[in-house]
Design a protein around this ligand. Structure first.
Ligand code: SER
Length: 886
């Protein structure tokens, strides 16, 4: 049974039983504790906790999940996937244990003809939590399972929570016995390879605290209702129903192995080591594509790091299979084709996905060979000194300079039979991190640590934000910090952080710079230079007390600098328009990767599938945006549901955390984007934009910079003045300038060439006179003189050859000197007849060079040298004469 059929049957089964079908959430959800969504229940967490009333009592979903905790097991076992799909059914205070067991049992044991999976009931085993007699009883009653196939297990196996404080509960797991050829008798307790877990039913009833009931700690409370959360491993069911050997050979994964076989010319199933590599490639290619699909790009931290590690492991595994060409795009295509029926966004987003993988592969290949050399040297050094541990400094260097994820170094070291000094590596990483953090912290929110802000938040609640409509408001100071420490008051001159109960100030977010302004009390003024939100919901005003003494609980008028805010808002609205323009021109693969909205200017970063944006295309985008400005469209901002926003086609940023209610900023059909920032009322207020540049900032990301409004105008005006000045100076019309300047450059070049020729001619013209002045020394014509002024270097050599030529067939020696300040250069040339007499140019140099404090050398026909004493030139000439006489 194909995977798509398995998930279809699951959904049908539960929809028929009154469940609402809910789409998979993105792999990236707003949960600071989770790198990736790793279970179907994650998106329903607020319903379990009773924070939000559930819109339905029963739900079912096929959730995409990433778990990378077992990444080293991938390919080595039959069942570890970093990406998998979890099919789940959920009850929010509706049915409980009996319902969950009945629904699951019916689906897995109903015949395939009847729409089920058709597992043989006799091969099903289940486990229950320790003393959950109720579950045992239900399994006997509902499924008729004999007691021998029901095992009790402890918290480690049969208590489930998210690994962090939150909902949890005892669980009951369903296993399938693959048969005696796959391992020992004795149920899941004895062998989890032979007995393969396919489904986990969690009876969600507890609230766990810092410590988990998994480890024997009691829950700290009970949930408002008893709930059900189940998760069936789709890939595992597929592997059983497809009769293949492991999860990597199922219909949606195996095609990547086939592609890797084509690349490498090696066959899967021949060599155990190669097979692990094939499976790693297949697994990671799928996770990588799905993760990028949800907006993550490779980086050295968090999700980006996990992604980078996955992609680099694919490249390296391919290398080890003997593939030297780029592979990632091709693997990504296979994944897209297999997964698209369920995740159509892989097709629409494919250009972006492939741009990301190609850039990462290129970057990695560039460092891989250099890094591998460093690595090999380090290994050789370690081994030759009899060591077994690769120094942490080397691992750090590989990470820092060559972009080797530490895990890659660990893996390569282990292949070379070495360990890595990870403590030292971590120490170095921490040093580097604290340096970076200290930097960032002083630049951002003063020195306060998060816990202090959280205390303020817990005590006073979120800061009410008034700044969409008001730029001035009365408020009360509810938090006051100096150097990160809460204080009751602060005096003139002190740097403070101020939290208000309500504020019109915008805190830096989503690329929009913070507002500045003033907080004025009865007897004090605080100048606000920055506003940050160090914990969600709290806005911290940072600045200096410029007059009086500010105190906690004081009343203030909070006043935003209006002109700066207006300028930033213009830049922000303009950024949306540039975004829309870029997408219009380059297609939807051009996804926003970052932005800056500052007074008078903006920056917009995006992934470009096609590299640089051509100047003509850029000019068109600029023109289009300016046209939209002139249309003076209304800019509307409104709140709506996420579903509605999607329906409207609002652009949203990958990797951003959005709640159920979102804010849409809308300029009619031209631009519609989710955004929490501030904007102008109509596009006409922006005036104009001027794009200044477009360039790469690495990893397939391009950056457009532009000026906005008056700043754009002033820039153009300045350039206009410049052009007018040039036009005046050149007596040309502005449009003639390029041609005129080209003409000037051309004439200048010609003049320089002519001048050079005249000079060279002049030099050679002196050759005749020099030759004519040759003196006769014992039958040898000698020309030994200081060359005319300004002749040196090549000219000196050319002149010497020319003079020698004029000496004809007689024995002749030419020695020309040029002196310049403290330097002398000289050239000696001899005619063939002189050489026949044993006069070699190179050999003559030592006879006179000391006189100019120099030396030199060369061949028999031509030699040269230099010295430091121009005053010695006459002596040198005399020395040469006497040398010839001798
Ligand atoms: N949350 C449980 C799990 O992840 C069941 O869905 O296994």
């Amino acid at each position: 049974m194909q995977t798509h059929e398995i998930t279809r049957r699951f959904t049908d089964h539960f929809v028929a039983a009154g469940h609402t079908k809910v789409s998979s959430a993105s792999l990236i959800l707003d949960d600071p504790n989770l790198l990736f969504v790793n279970a179907g229940m994650v998106q329903f967490k607020p319903y379990f906790l009773g924070e939000v009333p559930p819109p339905y009592a029963r739900a079912t979903s096929i959730q995409k999940c990433v778990r990378t905790g077992d990444i080293d097991e991938v390919g080595r076992t039959t069942r570890h996937n970093t990406f998998f799909q979890m099919a789940g059914n959920f009850s929010f205070g509706d049915y409980f244990k009996a319902g969950a067991i009945e629904h699951a049992w019916n689906l897995i044991t109903s015949s395939q003809d009847a729409g089920g999976y058709g597992f043989e009931p006799d091969r099903i085993w289940v486990t229950v939590y320790r003393d959950d007699d109720e579950a045992i009883e239900l399994w006997r009653k509902i499924a008729g399972l004999p007691l021998e196939r029901i095992q009790r297990r402890g918290g480690k196996d049969n208590y489930w929570d998210m690994g962090v404080p939150g909902p949890g509960g005892p669980s009951s797991e369903i296993y399938y016995d693959r048969g005696p050829e796959h391992g020992r008798e004795g149920g899941p307790e004895a062998d989890e390879d032979r007995y393969l877990e396919i489904w986990n039913l969690v009876f969600m009833q507890d609230v766990r605290g810092e410590l988990s009931p998994k480890d024997g700690h009691p829950p700290i409370g009970t949930l408002p209702h008893k709930n059900i959360d189940t998760g069936m491993g789709v890939e595992r069911v597929a592997y059983l129903l497809q009769g293949v050997d492991n999860v990597y050979e199922t219909d949606l994964v195996r095609p990547v192995i086939t592609r890797a076989e084509e690349f490498s010319g090696r066959r899967y199933g021949v060599d155990a080591t190669d097979d692990v590599r094939f499976r790693v490639i297949a697994d990671h290619a799928r996770s990588g594509v799905m993760i990028i699909g949800d907006g993550v790009t490779p980086s050295n931290e968090g999700r980006g790091y996990v992604l980078r590690r996955l992609l680099r492991r694919i490249v390296r595994s391919s290398r080890l299979l003997g593939v030297n060409e780029p592979v990632l795009r091709s693997f990504a295509e296979v994944v897209r084709d297999e997964m698209a029926p369920t995740y159509p966004e892989l097709v629409s987003g494919f250009e972006r996905i492939s741009a990301v993988v190609e850039a990462e592969e290129e970057a990695f290949l560039a460092t891989l060979s250099a890094g591998s050399r460093i690595f090999d040297t380090a290994v050789a050094e370690t081994k030759s000194s009899g060591g077994l541990v690769l120094p942490g400094d080397r691992a750090f260097q590989l990470h820092d300079t060559y972009g080797f994820p530490i895990d890659l170094t660990l893996e390569m070291a282990s292949e070379a039979g070495l360990e890595v000094d990870q403590d030292r590596f971590r120490a170095l990483m921490n040093e580097q991190r604290s340096r970076a953090k200290a930097d960032a912290a002083t630049r951002k929110v003063g020195h306060g640590d998060g816990s202090i802000y959280r205390t303020v938040l817990d005590t006073h609640g979120v800061t009410e934000f008034l700044g969409y409509t008001d730029l001035s408001a009365e408020a009360t100071i509810v938090g006051l910090l100096v150097d990160g420490v809460p204080v009751a008051a602060a005096r003139e001159g002190e740097h403070v952080e101020v939290v208000l109960d309500r504020t019109p100030f915008y805190a830096e977010a989503g690329g929009q710079q913070a507002d500045t302004g003033e907080l004025r009390g009865a007897s004090f003024t605080v100048r606000v230079d920055d506003v940050q939100s160090p914990v969600a919901g709290l806005r911290v005003h940072r600045g200096v007390v410029v007059a009086g003494e500010v105190s906690l609980d004081a009343a203030v008028v909070a006043e935003v600098d209006r002109s700066r805010r207006a300028s930033v808002s213009r830049a922000h609205t303009a950024t949306h328009l540039v975004h829309a323009g870029v997408r219009g021109a380059l297609g939807t693969a051009a996804a926003q990767a970052g932005s800056l909205n500052a007074p008078g200017r903006l920056r917009f970063d995006f992934t470009s599938p096609t590299g640089a944006v051509q100047p003509a295309a850029l000019a068109e985008i600029e023109d289009e945006v300016n046209t939209v400005l002139q249309q003076n469209r209304e800019v509307e901002a409104y709140e709506t549901t996420m579903d509605e926003a999607k329906r409207l086609g609002a652009m949203m940023l990958f990797g951003e955390k959005y709640g159920d209610r979102v804010r849409v900023v809308d300029m009619g059909d031209y631009s519609r984007e989710l955004c929490g920032g501030t904007h102008v009322g109509r596009t006409g207020e922006i005036g104009m934009i001027k794009v200044l540049s477009e360039a790469s900032i690495g990893s397939g990301v391009r950056r457009v910079e532009a000026l906005v409004g008056l700043d754009a105008f002033r820039h153009l005006s300045k350039e206009h003045l410049l052009v007018s000045t040039l036009a005046d100076q050149l007596k040309a019309r502005p449009e003639e300038l390029p041609e005129r300047i080209n003409g000037l450059i051309e004439r200048l070049r010609t003049a320089e060439r002519d001048l050079e020729k005249v000079r060279a001619d002049a030099v050679l013209a002196s050759a005749g006179a020099l030759a004519a002045g040759a003196e006769d020394i014992d039958g040898v014509s000698l020309v030994a003189v200081a060359a005319p002024d300004g002749v040196n270097g090549n000219d000196l050599r050319a002149l010497a050859s020319d003079v020698r030529g004029r000496l004809g067939s007689q024995p002749g020696v030419v020695a020309l000197f040029s002196g310049d300040g403290e330097k002398v250069s000289f050239v000696v040339a001899t005619t063939a007849a002189a050489r026949d007499r044993g006069l070699a140019a190179g050999a003559l140099i030592p006879t006179f060079a000391p006189a100019v404090g120099g030396r030199g050398g060369g061949k028999a026909d031509l030699a040269q040298g230099g010295g430091t004493d121009p005053a010695g030139i006459p002596d040198a000439v005399r020395a040469l004469r006497s040398a010839l006489r001798n």
